[in-house]
Design a protein around this ligand. Structure first.
Ligand code: HEM
Length: 118
């Protein structure tokens, strides 16, 4: 089970790379919002599964900070919402770029929360 948990952490970090990396490429004036959208969705799904495993499998010996997880969950849901709404607006010919950019900034905020909150 430890291996499953560790592989999910790898997936979680790759999702973070897609969200933040896709955002940086967009800021540089290139790329596609698809990479960011999949990154944001992946963070929500892999994060929730990590929490489920950490709470449900005692042999993992994980002791999560629920306040920290709660903040990350709210920020991640907001990131998914912004990227999805921004993409839908762009598809309809409206201006959705600012919302997509905001979603990337929230991704960075969650990296800071993950690393700095002990
Ligand atoms: C934009 C969204 C997110 C980003 C950028 C992000 C980023 C990160 C990073 C960089 C780590 C590694 C930190 C470390 O190992 O010390 C991490 C770990 C983790 N994240 Fe997230 N995260 C996001 C969303 C979520 C969500 C929504 C949840 C759960 C509801 C979550 C739960 C976790 C858990 C359980 C770990 C593993 C902690 C551990 O075992 O050390 N994350 N996240």
């Amino acid at each position: 089970m430890q291996l499953v948990y560790d592989l999910l952490v790898v997936a979680h970090l790759l999702g973070m790379a897609a969200l933040v990396g896709g955002w940086l490429v967009l800021l540089a004036g290139a790329g596609s919002t698809t990479v960011m959208a999949w990154g944001a969705r992946a963070q929500l799904v892999t994060g929730l599964v990590l929490v489920g495993l950490a709470e449900g499998v005692s042999s993992l010996d994980e002791d999560l900070d629920h306040a920290k997880i709660g903040v990350k969950l709210v920020v991640a849901i907001a990131a998914v919402a912004l990227v999805e709404i921004g993409r839908a607006r762009t598809k309809r010919g409206q201006d959705g770029a600012a919302l997509v950019r905001a979603a990337g900034a929230l991704g960075v905020l969650n990296v800071v929360v993950a690393a700095v909150w002990h």
